[in-house]
Design a protein around this ligand. Sequence first.
Ligand code: MLT
Length: 301
Amino acid sequence: MKDIQTFNMIATEGLNLLEKDKYTLNETKEPEALLLRSKKIHDMAFNENLVSIARAGAGVNNIPVDRCSEEGIVVFNTPGANANAVKEMVIAGLIMAARPIYRGINWLKELEGDDISEQVEAGKKQFAGRELAGKTLGVIGLGAIGSLLATDAYHLKMDVIGYDPYVSVETAWNISSRVKKAKSLQEVLRDADYISIHIPVNGNTAGYVNKEFINMMKDGAVLLNFARNELIVKEDLIEALDNGKLSKYVTDFAEREFFGHDRIMMFPHLGASTEEAEVQCSIMAVNTLKYFLETGNIINS
Ligand code: MLT
């Protein structure tokens, strides 16, 4: 019997793949494997039996990967399994940055009286927005999410420029041939009205969006971050929003310093929170882990 400890909700559909006579769930403090979603793994979770950690999600910044490498513990994530969910959320963010829908909804809720249609027609001018069509979207990071976004934004009639600090656009995940390939970060920042960032956070990318990065952006551009908070130097971002260099920041990550800033729109890390993504991530995580525990091999390696 192999012992697996699960942290956070891992969809039942995934857990059902573990044959109950072969695996014990949540029954030991010294499991061979950990299956988790967003919980941060602390030193206490390590034990002599531990051989693998599987994360039902893309980012692995809640796992001490350096320690795992030193101790020979294999870490898995589920690349691509929630990419569509995150991409849809980014598109919602793009639309909400361009059109003040949210303010309009809140305004409408406050209206009183029976002549609602008249009040709406008289007051709606303040919520006029801009169209995305014809604007330029720069996508930084062309993995699963960035590639899907680039392709879909093209179909929204945006001009799309793709750039990846690690892989060439030609080798990117699955990108439309109509996406323009930027040769440098400068090029994408200079030309884009909207910049969406899709790179993992690690020792090299923490603070990637700093004063220098922001200064290269087009005046009045919008920055979207559905990747990770740590990519952004908060003080530099706030300064740029305060002085109008950037017109908006749309993010899936809450920060206390951002509360009350009227150029910041924050979502509570909802990008991957769809039923479909949870099922897909859990199935991929469980399958990968199971295969490794049974064969000692890594799927697709
Ligand atoms: C991910 O890393 O896959 C996303 O941020 C979603 C999540 O962690 O729930």
